[in-house]
Design a protein around this ligand. Structure first.
Ligand SMILES: Cc1cc2nc3c(=O)[nH]c(=O)nc-3n(C[C@H](O)[C@H](O)[C@H](O)COP(=O)(O)OP(=O)(O)OC[C@H]3O[C@@H](n4cnc5c(N)ncnc54)[C@H](O)[C@@H]3O)c2cc1C
Length: 464
């Protein structure tokens, strides 16, 4: 809801950030570093967001971790990969902005705030032409958000939890002068601001908006943070801000079911395949996990089995999620195809035929009927592993259009006077389709635009 600007507010803060996920916390750290007083508002009792649910992997090109590992990469190459995955649909200026900003942002988080990133070298997600995923030691988003929150606390940034922004107050020229926040007991406060950063992610938790913009996943499991209700795009639309690619999203075709645990796509890229309940493959899994969500949901009962082996499980085990899935008993083990068929209750003959075809294609470097090339894909062999999975919606990628300083713009490209957006609140770089999502596009715009938004908001709110 947008309300008229008030004459006076209960209290005024130079920079206010809505949302304490990766985007909001990076924005707050950058604003504070630039000399502004900052307040972060978070609707939950503790900052978690979708960031905590993620694998916490942030793509960046030309980093010192890549150089140390001998990986050749550059922002231009990264930008080309993003554009190729999304069929040239993303805004090239935004792609350039975030691919250039991501590496320096990660090095800043390491140097100024002690986040010990490293680059993943033992597998690569589809569409990336270089190893450029960076993560903290546990490879979990929970660690990422916790470390960012600790850094914010050390920097003296106030994070007000249990504080939901429910309305913005704006002047006729679009300047946001403050907001109304609501506490769990229903009391409301009016807070003034010099600049506002929207870091409250997209609309994945809002069933009506999902039905409207991503109908293929309207009945799918939503695996992101339920508090992400689309407030940024609803406020933006009411202010006549430009929104873009609202149908863009990250799906995932490998969420253990019913355990509800993310199974890393390394299970596929390292040589695994997905079969349906008939023991048959149904797609080119090599395109990526995002578009695979809808394909899995089209199968009988909306279920697939991801079949891989013990070697791949060893790689996947670097992820906290995978370790949890193993502990929960979701990863089945079998020494032979008959044992695998018995454990999964898949028809043995079909499973044997499917795996035989796949291994033959790997041995001959062939391409299957779905278009997946198996050239150079490692074989799988007993002991096998298998996990029962379904497709899910992870987060939405469309959002508010922003300029190269993360300022929210109108449809004619003019920026609002003091309004910024980052992370899932801003339009991402995946275009309008699930297939446009290149792994890491989510945290990419959270970290890169978050830092830019915070610095820009501080410069506006605290002029020299
Ligand atoms: C299971 C899963 C795995 C993923 N893995 C990866 C990965 O490895 N790499 C990657 O790049 N991306 C990944 N993503 C996507 C990534 O998590 C998101 O793109 C990213 O976390 C977005 O960050 P954010 O700060 O914009 O949003 P969030 O982390 O969701 O933070 C938004 C915060 O805003 C708060 N909020 C919302 N509305 C209000 C309001 N009105 N007032 C106050 N607070 C509000 C919410 O409570 C929330 O804490 C994954 C997502 C999921 C669900």
């Amino acid at each position: 809801m947008i309300l008229p600007a008030l004459e006076a507010y209960d209290v005024s803060i130079p920079v206010v950030v809505v949302g304490a996920g990766a985007a909001g916390l990076c924005a707050a750290l950058a604003a504070k570093e630039a000399g502004a007083e900052v307040l972060v508002l978070e609707r939950d009792p503790v900052p978690r967001g979708s960031t905590a649910l993620s694998a916490g992997l942030v793509p960046a090109a030309g980093t010192r971790w890549q150089r140390a590992a001998g990986i050749e990469d550059s922002p231009d190459r990264f930008a080309a990969d993003i554009m190729a995955k999304a069929g040239g649909e993303p805004d090239p200026a935004e792609v350039e902005t975030v691919t250039r900003a991501a590496g320096p942002a990660l090095e800043w988080l390491a140097d100024a705030h002690g986040l010990d990133f490293s680059v993943i070298t033992d597998f690569r997600y589809p569409g990336h032409s270089a190893n450029r995923m960076h993560g903290l030691p546990s490879r979990s988003g929970e660690e990422l958000v916790d470390r960012l929150r600790e850094a914010a606390e050390r920097a003296g940034i106030d994070i007000l939890c249990d504080a939901q922004a429910v309305a913005l107050h704006a002047a006729p020229d679009g300047r946001v002068t403050g907001l109304t926040l609501r506490r769990p007991d229903g009391t409301e406060d009016m807070l003034g601001c010099g600049a506002l950063v929207l870091a409250c992610n997209g609309y994945g938790g809002n069933k009506d908006l999902v039905r409207q913009h991503v109908p293929a996943l309207s009945d799918a499991l939503y695996f992101g943070h339920p508090g992400n209700q689309g407030d940024a795009i609803l406020w933006g639309a009411a202010l006549s801000a430009a929104t873009r690619h609202l149908s863009g999203h990250q799906g995932h075709g490998s969420v253990a079911h019913p355990a509800g645990i993310l199974i890393t796509w390394a299970t596929i890229t390292e040589g695994g395949v997905q079969v349906n309940l008939e023991g048959r493959r149904f797609s080119d899994e090599g395109h990526g996990y995002s578009e695979q969500a809808a394909k899995v949901l089209e199968q009988p009962e909306g279920i697939a089995w991801t079949v891989f082996d013990a070697r791949i499980a060893g790689i996947a085990r670097q992820f906290e999620d995978f370790r949890q899935a193993e502990a929960a008993g979701a990863i089945l083990a079998a020494d032979s195809i008959p044992a695998l068929a018995a454990a999964t209750r898949l028809p043995e003959a079909a499973l044997r035929e499917t795996l035989g075809q796949v291994e033959h294609l790997k041995a001959t470097g062939g391409t299957d009927a779905f278009g997946r090339s198996f050239a150079g894909v490692p074989p799988i062999s007993p002991p096998y592993r298998a996990v029962r999975v379904t497709g899910a919606l992870f987060h939405t990628q469309g959002g508010l259009a922003v300029d190269s300083g993360a300022r929210v713009t109108r449809s004619d490209g003019r920026a609002f006077p003091n309004l910024f957006a980052a992370g899932g609140a801003a339009c991402g770089v995946s275009g309008p389709h699930a297939s446009g999502y290149l792994s890491g596009n989510g945290l990419l715009t959270a970290v890169a635009l978050g830092r830019l938004a915070g610095g820009g908001a501080a410069a506006l709110a605290t002029p020299p």
